[in-house]
Design a protein. Structure first.
Length: 408
């Protein structure tokens, strides 16, 4: 049987048994649409998680003195980058870099006149950090400004622990780079929430000049780069490593700075992988039942084909091609339903509770990711092919005489 005749006959047979074909189409379409919607949901979660950590804490890329990321929290004064080195790097002139800012890190105690509280402080450049921190939520007061030399922006957890509000006066005590102790007085200008509750429970932000005065230093611990597109991170980081070669500096991307992000993505991928397997099995079982019934009802027809000279492999090919046609049509219908559902749900938005270790709610959407759509389509096709294989082999091995007995 030539390919054209085989395709024509398979199409007629698929259309002949409308009830069985519709059941198969419904199962395939439901599975494909479910995979598209769930896969798009997972991709949106991971994208929003990544953007949240980028635009509330780490930026896209950080550059620091070699060893700072492992040991700098103990003695940040030993890992300083000078203004001359900052100028030599020329980060602002690099492609895709929207802004580059300096940060000074320190640890110390904050006091309100009645009690003290351990903190991890950051000296920042307020205007540039405001451009970076689009995912940071101002709880009370206002953001830090350049004119606030002795102003402080306090994490929500620190503010609750110390009963601080805008206008409160605090003292910060921290060791200088010479390992002496220094203290400065600050006025709280606002309190903030980021994506991470742990971060909010320990961080206070002050101006870079005030942090340098507190630490008796002129350098910076970290250079933070904000890019115009997260997809450009790897390429830009590679260029920065080339520019900083021989300067004793280390370049890290936001993924390596936030290891919990990689763990969260791996967890989501495992969960989605299990979902793919479950959907595949459900579709195979649902379609297999319909195909088995349809094939058994046509046993006499297949017996007649073989009696007229067609071989067993022709029967197998015919049943498999019917399955492929039904699978392709069901997958197309499921893709259309899945894309329409994704668009509709994204237009409405899906309110989500705060994820673990966070206080901020967010709105999820369904992303239409080409790889997810194609993968769902392929799974719909594969499920039908798998469901068709066993009945096709069974019918090809059925003796002709027994098959003809079932002819009505």
């Amino acid at each position: 049987m030539d390919a054209r005749a085989l395709l024509t006959l398979a199409a007629r047979n698929a259309n002949r048994n409308k009830a069985g074909s519709l059941l198969s189409l419904a199962a395939i379409a439901a599975g494909v649409a479910g995979l598209i919607v769930s896969g798009g949901f997972v991709h949106d979660l991971t994208r929003q998680l990544g953007e949240a950590v980028i635009h509330s804490q780490s930026g896209h890329i950080q550059i620091a003195r070699s060893g700072y990321f492992e040991y700098g929290s103990r003695s940040p004064g030993k890992y300083l980058i000078s203004d001359e080195e900052v100028g030599r790097l020329g980060l602002e002139a690099m492609p895709h870099v929207r802004a580059a800012m300096r940060r000074v890190a320190f640890t110390g105690l904050v006091g309100n006149g009645h009690s003290s509280y351990p903190i991890a402080g950051e000296g920042i450049e307020p205007e540039l950090e405001a451009e970076l921190g689009t995912y940071m939520v101002l709880e009370r007061g206002r953001m830090l400004a350049r004119s606030d030399r002795y102003g402080a922006l306090v994490g929500a957890g620190v503010a609750r622990a110390m009963d601080l509000k805008p206008g409160s006066t605090i003292n910060i005590v921290a060791p200088t780079v010479d390992e002496a102790m220094n203290t400065l007085e600050f006025e709280v200008v606002g309190t903030f929430q980021s994506f991470s509750k742990d971060y909010d429970d320990r961080v206070i932000k002050i101006s870079l000049p005030a942090a340098q005065e507190l630490l008796n230093s002129n350098g910076a611990n970290v250079l933070v780069a904000l890019l115009d597109d997260t997809k450009s991170t790897s390429e830009t980081a590679r260029r920065m490593r080339d520019e900083s070669r021989g300067m004793g500096l280390e370049v890290r991307t936001w993924e390596s700075l936030n290891d919990f992000y990689e763990k969260a993505v791996a967890l989501y991928e495992r969960q989605f992988g299990v979902l793919r397997v479950i959907v595949l099995l459900m579709v195979v079982l649902a379609v297999a039942g319909a195909i088995n019934v349809r094939v058994l009802e046509r046993a006499g027809e297949f017996g007649t084909m073989r009696a007229l000279g067609n071989r067993g492999k022709d029967v197998v090919a015919l049943i498999m091609v019917e399955g492929v046609l039904i699978g392709a049509l069901g997958a197309l219908i499921g893709t259309a339903i899945g894309c329409a559902s994704a668009w509709g749900l994204s237009s409405l938005g899906i309110p989500m509770p705060p994820p673990p270790n966070s206080n901020l709610e967010f709105v999820a959407r369904i992303e239409l990711v080409p790889s997810v759509v194609l993968g769902a389509f392929a799974i719909g096709m594969l499920a039908t092919v798998l469901a068709s294989f066993a009945p096709a082999i069974r019918m090809a091995r059925l003796p002709i005489v027994e098959a003809l007995r079932r002819l009505v």
